[in-house]
Design a protein. Structure first.
Length: 240
């Protein structure tokens, strides 16, 4: 990497398992995603909204009302009978193809790396169902971003980021701005390059999460932000 270049780090990732476009059945399963969403929209909510915005122009407009109703039902915590919108959400991933949508950034700019394979509807549904798996205010924020994504007609870029997140995304970028991400993460974990290894990072993460949690004496007013920072730092220190 050239001197002075700031590394772009993985900020959020959505993993979906989808049936192949030529398959006779239409199935969706959620993978092992990283969707930091608190406080506010967060990078995870921004990625989910962007996935919806990218693929929804290719969805039959007759389904848009049903997709919005699905977001409202998930936000209210309703059980969603399957199949829905001609696709079945399931746990089993056998026979399905992995798709990964990612958001990267360096404290100044955000970059979406969206997997363009597969049909539009299962990608939109997968992002909405992933938002629905979140809890509390995070679920409401992410599903709100999904609804805004349903109405978007434009490119996936800075204007979409402003439309989806506005001030909340600017705040999250400011958390990294002015800091080389790896140095920031090492400082947060109290580690150095000479002492770091994978097991130590995970052990320090567990220790710091426990200390930050209100049930163990952490400040309830800042716990959500602290936990979000710890999760982001762990991703920076463990990514390849």
């Amino acid at each position: 990497m050239p001197a002075g270049t700031v590394a772009r780090v993985l900020l959020a990732e959505l993993e979906l398992y989808l049936s192949r476009p030529v398959a006779p059945t239409r199935r969706i399963a959620l993978g092992d995603s990283e969707l930091p969403v608190g406080p506010g929209l967060g990078f995870g909510g921004l990625l989910l909204g962007a996935v919806v915005a990218r693929f929804v122009p290719e969805v039959d407009r007759d389904f848009l009302g049903d997709l919005e109703r699905l977001t409202r039902q998930l936000e209210a915590g309703h059980r969603i009978p399957q199949p829905r919108l001609r696709h079945r959400l399931q746990r089993d991933r056998i026979g399905l193809t992995s798709h990964a949508h990612r958001l990267r950034g360096d404290g100044e700019r955000l970059e979406f790396d969206l997997d363009e394979r597969g049909n539009a509807m299962p990608n939109v549904l997968g992002a909405i169902y992933a938002a629905g798996r979140l809890t509390g205010t995070a679920r409401a924020a992410a599903l709100g971003a999904a609804r805004r994504g349903l109405a978007w007609r434009g490119s996936v870029g800075p204007s979409l980021v402003e439309y989806l997140g506005g001030d909340t995304v600017s705040r999250d970028l400011a958390a990294l701005r002015g800091h080389e991400p790896r140095a920031w993460a090492l400082g947060l974990f109290g580690l150095t390059e000479s002492t770091i290894d994978g097991p130590l990072v995970h052990r320090r993460f567990r220790e710091l999460v426990r200390a930050a949690h209100p049930d163990h004496g952490g400040d309830a007013d800042v716990a959500a932000s602290r936990l979000d920072d710890l999760a982001r730092a762990r991703r920076i220190l463990t990514q390849g």
